[in-house]
Design a protein around this ligand. Sequence first.
Ligand code: ATP
Length: 273
Amino acid sequence: MSQTITAPHAAEPTAPEPVVKIEGITKGFPDRKKGFQPIVGLTDVDIQEGEFITIIGPSGCGKSTILKMIAGLESADEGSIRLAGKPIDAPSRELGIVFQQHVLLPWMSARQNVLFALETDPHNTRSKSQLESLADEYLELVNLSHAADRRPAQLSGGMQQRVGIARAFALEPKVMLLDEPLGALDALTRHELQLQLLELCEQQKRTFIMVTHDVDEALLLSDRILVMGTGPRAQIVHDIAVPFSRPRDVENLEQDPKCHELRGFLLNSLTGH
Ligand SMILES: Nc1ncnc2c1ncn2[C@@H]1O[C@H](COP(=O)(O)OP(=O)(O)OP(=O)(O)O)[C@@H](O)[C@H]1O
């Protein structure tokens, strides 16, 4: 007779260590007239490797400030932020950033812009020809191979933003921080790039933390949506798991009643209803 033997004190499976661990952070800024202004209230978040996290919240609540603290560009007043267990106290190549405004070198082509970032990476161990292939690979991933030799002035806003995305992705950071990456684009280009970003994220399986004002963008791309409340001392008021399986399809999402329900909930939380 077969028998199942269970260890008397089998260890509980432990959750993997979060790639980003935010513990008890607060942040404020000095104001010449009003004195110290508290912005971000006590905040704790664990982000697991491979998750796509979106932060949404009312304007001025401190979303970008949180992203800048994770990027090592601002320090928290209290608490700590760790990347794979190590405190983040300065920008690092493990943390890639894409801002709303692409900062490309105007005298270089799209390809040279990506290549320059790779060549000046102090941790680079690849040869020049390997870097050239890598730059081409990432430009292809954002559908820009045909425009690789054009300079920024010869590219549309959406194309320039795609070069910025290719450049940040090509450095293959552990965590990609996106601060309203599509915020400056017209609605059509924005939608196109959302789909491209979705495809890229699903192919790359990296960790993403994005700030956006666009609820539909958050629902399309995220595994979790963190909703911040109003300030001062704004905190995360909802941490929502997005239940849609991947790969995602916009049309299926649009017809899914769960998506409508979540969308309504998010819009209501943003408008304070
Ligand atoms: N370096 C700074 N010095 C002083 N105040 C700052 C600084 N950075 C941000 N702030 C203030 O902190 C508050 C939060 O700014 P932040 O950009 O993080 O908000 P946000 O939620 O990303 O806003 P939005 O949605 O409008 O982009 C704002 O009142 C802003 O003026």
